[in-house]
Design a protein around this ligand. Structure first.
Ligand code: SF4
Ligand code: SF4
Length: 194
């Protein structure tokens, strides 16, 4: 069965990328560079892929000198997702392959993280990114689907309260668990509150 992520990536209209290069010029990690470097040295593949192309800015101020709108947008959206988000732990980076004309100097061999960007409807994209509107639509679609699942869950709870048939109760419980798992798939994006 195709996973949600695979299906999302298959649908993503690549032509929406206007090749502005912003997502290569200012990217971030929510953890300090020193911590990412530890993961790199420990052989964590995601850290290796990332640090093989991205170079840290000396400070958040230096990244802001390159494009403050991207930095401010990333910080603001990170705080919406997590009110306890600690921006002092963030590090901003630029890609060493980005050319002056905004083209990728390593296009054929660019890593998966570039090929898949924006990799989920909740990916933080720079202001003006061609995917902004499309991502908004995908987030709304996902929320609508989860609200429908929640309605089905409520219907099942009503049905459950009206029967003492053990076989039926067991079936209801099984379906409830499946529906709850679908809701939990999106928990990190806030599905409990949709
Ligand atoms: S910011 Fe968006 S539009 Fe610009 S290069 Fe990156 S993906 Fe393409
Ligand atoms: S490797 Fe290419 S696509 Fe990936 S961040 Fe660098 S310039 Fe952008």
């Amino acid at each position: 069965m195709t996973s949600y992520e695979e299906s999302y990536l298959n649908q993503r209209p690549q032509h929406l990328c206007n090749m502005c290069g912003k997502c290569c010029r200012v990217v971030y990690t929510p953890i300090p560079y020193s911590e990412l470097l530890e993961k790199y040295k420990a052989g964590e593949q995601a850290a290796i892929d990332f640090l093989d192309i991205f170079v840290p800015y000396e400070s958040i101020s230096k990244a802001k000198e390159v494009d403050s709108s991207i930095v401010d947008n990333i910080i603001a959206l990170s705080k919406i997702d997590n009110p306890n988000f600690d921006e002092t732990r963030m590090t901003f980076y630029y890609c060493k392959y980005l050319q002056n004309n905004n083209m990728c100097g390593n296009y054929e061999n660019r890593p998966t993280l570039c090929r898949h960007f924006p990799s989920t409807p909740w990916s933080i994209v720079p202001p003006g990114c061609g995917f902004e509107g499309w991502l908004f639509g995908r987030r709304e679609e996902a929320k609508a689907q989860i609200r429908k699942v929640k309605e089905e869950l409520l219907d099942l709870k009503v049905l459950e309260s009206k029967t003492s048939d053990k076989a039926l109760l067991a079936k209801i419980e099984a379906v409830k668990n499946k529906l709850q798992q679908r809701i939990d798939l999106f928990k990190r994006y806030g599905s409990e509150n949709w």
